[in-house]
Design a protein around this ligand. Sequence first.
Ligand code: KIV
Length: 264
Amino acid sequence: MRITTANLQKLRDESNRITMLSCYDASFAALCEAAGVEVFLIGDSLGMVMQGHDSTLPVSMEDMIYHTRCVVRGSQRALVVGDLPFGSYQQSPQQAFENAARLMAAGAGVVKLEGGAIMAETVAFLVARGIPVMGHLGLTPQSVHTLGGYRVQGKSEEAAQRILQEARLLQDAGAAALVLECIPVALGKQITDTLRIPTIGIGAGPHCSGQVLILHDMLDIYPGKKARFVKNYMQGAGSVQEAVQRFVREVKDGSFPTPEYCFA
Ligand code: KIV
């Protein structure tokens, strides 16, 4: 039986931190699951780390379905989160439903989409039709061109309050959890303390209900520039398995992320 969004809620309610990694294939899925990872994100980051693009924008639904199927075949217990790629959900709730249903048919247990207030109607539409949704706020990579680059978000009081308000809207629309990317520690804490649903941070500080990293970053495989929040878990590890086990242990005991991986 796979982990469900209800299990994530229980982990959050019991202050048991959630471990999530991006994952794109069956072999890594099996290895990471054996190391204790609870949630796999089939992230559209695959456009960068698997396909060599310089952003996530070129990723297609077909790509996402292919990699979701691979991860589902390689795992038995982990919750599988399928990312809706750029252009596959922003047009209308109906468009989002059609594509989310394809990811669910490929084996995802949740779909993830980026954006705040503008996505609230779509989140409610999907949830009402049986599709659990994970939101994504802060640095939303599909909007890199309107954000003006990969930058920390929510630094001013006004921007922070806007993100907090959007988090509330997504929760009220029925989102099961939120990814918070690249925001100051204090804002990560404020959102986590305000919401009932789990928050999963990536560069959002140690107070989130869980942590996620991109697999190829934390294993130091990706040749591109690494963000400040990435810890190289291969350093000092004798094997990939050991590196992933250390990530799981450090998330669970709260020793990751330390301030050097956070934004003030
Ligand atoms: O695509 C992805 O891997 C993501 C993470 C950055 C959370 O969305």
